[in-house]
Design a protein around this ligand. Structure first.
Ligand code: FES
Length: 92
């Protein structure tokens, strides 16, 4: 298990069998996504530190410090910024 720090606010544990997008969802966040397959770039965020492993082919444009969480997993503890997400809406 590697830790995933998001926008310097939240730290969650990654499950090695899940992509970073799935990891965020399981932690109760609602990160932005569309294709979940590396095409659209909706999930794009910045990798501040750590290493990720791609499990799919990135078709969307990324800068050298950006990743697509829908198709990569954490290889080491990672720190991400510019993640667009909503906390899951709490039901009253
Ligand atoms: S959701 Fe489309 S590239 Fe990640």
């Amino acid at each position: 298990m590697a830790t995933v720090k998001i926008n310097k606010i939240i730290t969650i544990e990654s499950n090695p069998s899940n992509t970073l997008l799935e990891t965020m969802e399981q932690a109760g966040l609602e990160p932005e996504y569309n294709c979940r397959d590396g095409h659209c770039g909706a999930c794009r965020c910045t990798l501040l530190s750590g290493e990720v492993e791609y499990v799919g082919f990135a078709m969307a444009y990324t800068q050298s410090n950006e990743i697509l969480p829908c198709i990569c997993k954490a290889k080491t503890p990672v720190e991400l910024s510019d993640v667009n997400y909503q906390p899951k809406a709490k039901r009253a």
